[in-house]
Design a protein around this ligand. Structure first.
Ligand SMILES: [Zn+2]
Length: 545
């Protein structure tokens, strides 16, 4: 099949004048640029979920889908699936955290020393409770790890280090270390509050200063049939983060002090668990409003009478984090708009042009579904809503490819597909990349838990083999230091107003990435059998239906 396709390509290349090929390439690059420029324009005000800017972006995507001849696959014959959301805003200045140990009271400074986000569950948060240190707060029988062993956390606030033990297998580890799995573990053991200590090691994954951009920004969750916010645990009365430089008081008279624990975290020694002295007080007020914001869904119908009832899925988040609140602006900072040019105007643009390429070739045998989702930045909320309220039967979705923040800043020579090793989907990605002389590089950042941090994970949780595809770590131009470009973006521009159209976006790379992405879909859509989880794979065992 692949051989035939390659031959087809070669013939096309030989029989068409070179100029026509160049012309098509240029058109593809221009269209990618046009999408990114539209979606990352200041007029979108950072595409905050529920905002006018987001709706404008959603209408643009729907308009593009219709122009390409894709059919609506949202609700009631439209391109839109409205996601019912609760929006919670923290009352400015209401967040307080007070530590009470050994007769001393320490009031921490908001954002500088502690952080609490708005509560989706309660308008008033007011908790005073005792504390237990529970390592990383992870319970993973599968991996022989239990931070709760021999600890009594009933009615207590569980204090943990952010991150996960050294040597945890990357993606299974990421699953157990995810916020939801930790919260579930704490709930199972009767805890009523969560306090996570931000350590120097966890700063490599998430710098404390990034929290500043969240100040004044709403939290959101989707509302289920019972009128409750999905994923909110009633038992947990308060949750927050504390910077390690402010956490010393918690460990007064503790069997192991904080500097030693931080050393263990760095060196990989197991963290002990023990009750802490004293108590913590956590307070805040949140206002709630019910809103809705659409996922945008379209389908390219398959050509095979039987296989057309199955769907190859592409997903990319359309929302971003909106504008910085005045409280979150740094001294002298003038531009408050988080344009999200690469997060994720780039991914949506690649998905749109992937759709166009697939409409232009031989019609694929399976149907292809395209979803631009809302509220990814709120915790993969729009994708979870779709995965749990799908507009096609969930069992008919054979695979998912997620496009989130492809760094289109250099002429990449490899791609990374997080999750590729778990299913046969990995083979399709490798084959598609090879057709463009591009390598598939194994996850180079296992400590970053990337596999659970984007929208494909919501589909994995419904048993669908999925990958998260990004450009890789190598450049075709040997003089380019890709590590410098990547870390430079993550440190200086990620989730900041400077992730905008001033970045040197490489549209040639964008075009190649789009072609690889389309080829992946083409291979899966035309294969007689749907991709399966690998025999005995953890995610297949845990989630497959
Ligand atoms: Zn983001």
């Amino acid at each position: 099949m692949r051989y035939v396709f390659l031959l087809g390509c070669a013939l096309l290349f030989i029989t068409s004048p070179a100029r026509a090929g160049d012309e098509m390439e240029l058109q593809l690059q221009n269209r990618l640029q046009a999408h990114i420029e539209f979606l990352a324009d200041d007029v979108m005000r950072g595409r905050q979920t529920g905002s006018r800017g987001y709706i404008t972006a959603a209408n643009y995507v729907a308009s593009q889908f219709r122009q390409m001849g894709l059919l609506p696959a949202g609700n009631e014959g439209s391109y839109f699936q409205q996601v019912p959301l609760r929006r919670a805003l923290q009352e400015s200045g209401s967040a307080e955290m007070i530590l009470k140990q050994a007769g001393e009271t320490t009031k921490l400074v908001f954002v500088e020393e502690f952080y609490m986000g708005p509560s989706l569950g309660r308008a008033t948060t007011e908790l005073e409770a005792g504390l237990v240190f529970a390592g990383y707060g992870i319970e993973a029988a599968e991996l022989g790890h239990n931070d709760f062993a021999n600890l009594d956390v009933k009615g207590k606030v569980v204090v943990t280090f952010a991150g996960q033990p050294h040597g945890f297998p990357s993606e299974e580890g990421a699953h157990f270390a995810s916020r939801t799995e930790r919260a579930k573990a704490a709930v199972r053991h009767g805890a009523i509050g969560l306090l996570s200590i931000h350590t120097p090691r966890s700063a490599k994954r998430y710098q404390w200063d990034r929290l500043r951009s969240r100040v004044g920004s709403p939290s959101m969750g989707w509302i289920n049939g019972a009128g409750k916010v999905h994923g909110v645990f009633d038992q947990i009365q308060a949750g927050g983060m504390i910077r390690h430089t402010a956490a010393d008081p918690l460990f007064r008279n503790a069997p192991v002090d904080l500097p030693t624990l931080l050393e263990f975290d760095e060196s990989g020694q197991p963290l002990p668990g023990f009750a802490l002295e004293g108590a913590v007080e956590m307070r805040q007020r949140s206002s709630h409003e019910n809103i809705s914001s659409p996922n945008v869904v379209a389908v390219l119908p398959g050509s095979d009478p039987l296989l057309a009832n199955e769907y190859v899925l592409y997903i990319a988040h359309l929302d971003h984090i909106g504008e910085l609140h005045a409280d979150g602006l740094e001294e002298g900072q003038a531009d408050p708009i988080n344009n999200g040019a690469l997060d994720n105007a780039s991914g949506v643009s690649v998905m749109l042009e992937t759709a166009r390429l697939l409409t232009q070739g031989q019609p694929p045998r399976r149907s292809v579904l395209f979803i631009a989702v809302t509220a990814e930045e709120k915790g993969l909320v729009g994708s979870e809503y779709f995965a749990m309220n799908p507009t096609v039967p969930i069992a008919s979705i054979v695979s998912a490819v997620n496009l989130d923040m492809p760094l289109l800043l250099f002429d990449f020579a490899d791609v990374i597909a997080f999750g590729a090793q778990h299913s046969e989907l990995g083979d399709a990605v490798r084959a598609a990349a090879r057709d463009f002389a591009i390598e598939l590089t194994p996850d180079p950042f296992p400590e970053q838990n990337i596999f659970v941090r984007s929208d494909h994970y919501r589909l994995v949780q419904q048993g669908i083999p999925s990958v998260y595809l990004v450009t890789g770590v190598k450049s075709r131009d040997e003089d380019v230091d890709t590590g410098l470009i990547t870390s430079g973006f993550l440190q200086k521009h990620y989730h900041k107003p400077s992730d905008d159209l001033n970045l040197p976006i490489h549209y040639g790379a964008a075009a190649r990435f789009t072609r690889i992405n389309a080829r992946i879909g083409e291979l899966i859509a035309n294969e007689p059998d749907r991709p399966d989880w690998h025999e005995g794979d953890f995610f297949g065992r845990t989630f497959a239906r």
